[in-house]
Ligand binder design. Structure first.
Ligand code: GN1
Ligand code: MG
Length: 389
C-alpha cells in the first residue's frame, strides 16, 4: 500500500460506496473489533460512516449492553497528517479534562483503551480513538440563519476563554507551522516549480491570482500577537449546536488545538460561515461574502472574548478572514498541483475547485474590506476605552 493510496482510500469513502451499490449492512469486521480494545461494555450492533472531515475517518457505533443502547464516535486518526498520534491524544485529553472541570461546559470526552492509553494502535499501524457521542445536536455546513452563526462564534470564543487557564506545560504542536501563511505560500511556489503532475496549466488563472496576493502572508503580524491555546480548525462544522434551540454546545475536532493566534480561529469561522455555500460548491456565482453574517459572527465572538482580547488582536479581526481564506485556497491549490496527497478528494479536480471557491470568496471579501473594518470599529470597543468609561 503506497502513501497516496492510504490517504485517498478513506474508510468513509468505502462505506459510502458500499451504500451506493446497495450494501446497507456493509461493515468491516476488523473495524468493529477496534471497539473491543476500549473501556466500554456491550456489543457493537451498528456502525455508520459519519462527518465530512477532509482528513480523519469518522464512524458512529451503537453498542448494546443488557438491553440498553449507547452511541460512540470511533475515529481513525490520519497518521500521515498527524505524525505523532500519542502526543496528539495527550493534548486532546488534557484539553478535554480541563473543559470538563468547568461548570456547565460540555466537550468531547475521550474513552481510554483498556490498556490505559487514549488510543488503540492496530496491527496495520492505524491509530483509533473512541469518544462519547453527543446527542441532540446539529453540525452545519452553512448556517441557515444569523443566530446560528452568532452561536458558533460565541462557542469558539468561549473555548479560547476557557483555555486561558489551562495548567501544565505548553501543548505540543501537532502540526508545526499549521497557520504559517508564508510557509504555505512557499510550499505552493515549490509545488509550482516542480509541477509534478503537470497540472499547472489547468490552474494558470488562479496561480496568477495567488502570486498577486503574496502580501497577504504578512499582514497579520502574528509574531507580535499573544500566543494562546487556540483551536486552529474552526470550520462551522467543527462546532455543535443544540438541535432545537441552536444554542452552541461545544467545539469538536480537537486535533489541532495548540499554541497559536486567536485571529486564525476567528478568520476560519468567517471563511466557512459567512458564505452561503460550502467549500465544495461547483457554481462560483453562488460564492459571495455575507456581510450581515460577518457582523453576527463578530458579535458572538466578541461577546465571549472581549474580556481578554488585546487591542492588537481586535485590530486584526477585519483582516484575518482574508488571510485564512487565502491560506486555505493556497493549500487546496498546492494539493491539486502535488497530486492530491493531503485532502481527501472525490474527483480529480476537487482540490482545484475548492481552491477556486476560496479565491472567489476572497475577492468578495476584498470588496467589503472597508465595511469589515467599520463593523469591527462599531462592535469592538478597544479595551483602553472600556476601562476608562
Ligand atoms: C481539514 O478534516 P477537517 O475537514 O476538519 C484541515 C483544515 C481545513 C479543512 C478544510 C488538520 O479539516 O485545516 O481548514 O480540512 N485539517 C487539517 O476543509 O489539515
Ligand atoms: Mg479537522
Amino acid at each position: 500500500m503506497n502513501v497516496n493510496f492510504l490517504q485517498n482510500s478513506s474508510l468513509q469513502g468505502l462505506f459510502k460506496f458500499a451504500k451506493q451499490i446497495g450494501l446497507d449492512n456493509f461493515c468491516d469486521k476488523s473495524l468493529v473489533e477496534n471497539i473491543s480494545y476500549f473501556s466500554v461494555d456491550g456489543k457493537c450492533i451498528n456502525l455508520v460512516s459519519n462527518g465530512n472531515g477532509n482528513v480523519n475517518d469518522t464512524f458512529v457505533a451503537t453498542l448494546e449492553n443488557r438491553g440498553s443502547l449507547g452511541k460512540y464516535t470511533l475515529q481513525r486518526i490520519n497518521h500521515l497528517v498527524f505524525t505523532n498520534p500519542p502526543q496528539l491524544m495527550e493534548n486532546f485529553s488534557r484539553v478535554s479534562r480541563h473543559l470538563q472541570a468547568k461548570p456547565g461546559r460540555r466537550c468531547l470526552r475521550v474513552i481510554p483503551a483498556k490498556d490505559g492509553q487514549f488510543f488503540h494502535l492496530d496491527e496495520d499501524g492505524n491509530y483509533w480513538r473512541l469518544m462519547e457521542y453527543i446527542e441532540q445536536v446539529k453540525c452545519l455546513e452553512v448556517p441557515q440563519n444569523r443566530k446560528q452563526a452568532y452561536e458558533a462564534a460565541f462557542t469558539f470564543g468561549q473555548f479560547q476563554a476557557d483555555l486561558l487557564d489551562l495548567p501544565g506545560a505548553r501543548l505540543i504542536e501537532t502540526i508545526p507551522d499549521f497557520h504559517n501563511t508564508k510557509k504555505r505560500f512557499e510550499t505552493f511556489s515549490e509545488s509550482l516549480r516542480e509541477n509534478s503532475h503537470n497540472r499547472a496549466k489547468e490552474a494558470i488563472e488562479w496561480i496568477d491570482f495567488v502570486r498577486k496576493r503574496e502580501p497577504l502572508c504578512e499582514i497579520l503580524k502574528v509574531e507580535e500577537l499573544p500566543v494562546r491555546v487556540v483551536h486552529n480548525d474552526t470550520k462551522l462544522n467543527n462546532v455543535l449546536l443544540d438541535a432545537d434551540s441552536d444554542k452552541g454546545v461545544c467545539a469538536i475536532d480537537l486535533d489541532t488545538v495548540m499554541p497559536g493566534c486567536v485571529l486564525h480561529d476567528f478568520g476560519d469561522l468567517v471563511r466557512t460561515a459567512a458564505c452561503p455555500v460550502s467549500e465544495d460548491e461547483m457554481d462560483l456565482t453562488k460564492v459571495t461574502f455575507l456581510t450581515d453574517t460577518y457582523k453576527a459572527i463578530l458579535d458572538g465572538y466578541y461577546q465571549s472574548t472581549h474580556q481578554f482580547l488585546e487591542d492588537n488582536e481586535i485590530a486584526g479581526l477585519a483582516k484575518a478572514p482574508l488571510v485564512i481564506t487565502f491560506e486555505l485556497g493556497v493549500r487546496f491549490l498546492t494539493d491539486y498541483l502535488t497530486g492530491d496527497t493531503y485532502f481527501k478528494v472525490n474527483y480529480p479536480e476537487h482540490n482545484l475547485n475548492r481552491a477556486k471557491v476560496q479565491f472567489q470568496l476572497l475577492r468578495s471579501m476584498e470588496e467589503h474590506q472597508r465595511l469589515m473594518e467599520e463593523t469591527v470599529a462599531s462592535v469592538c470597543q478597544p479595551r483602553g476605552r472600556l476601562l476608562t468609561t
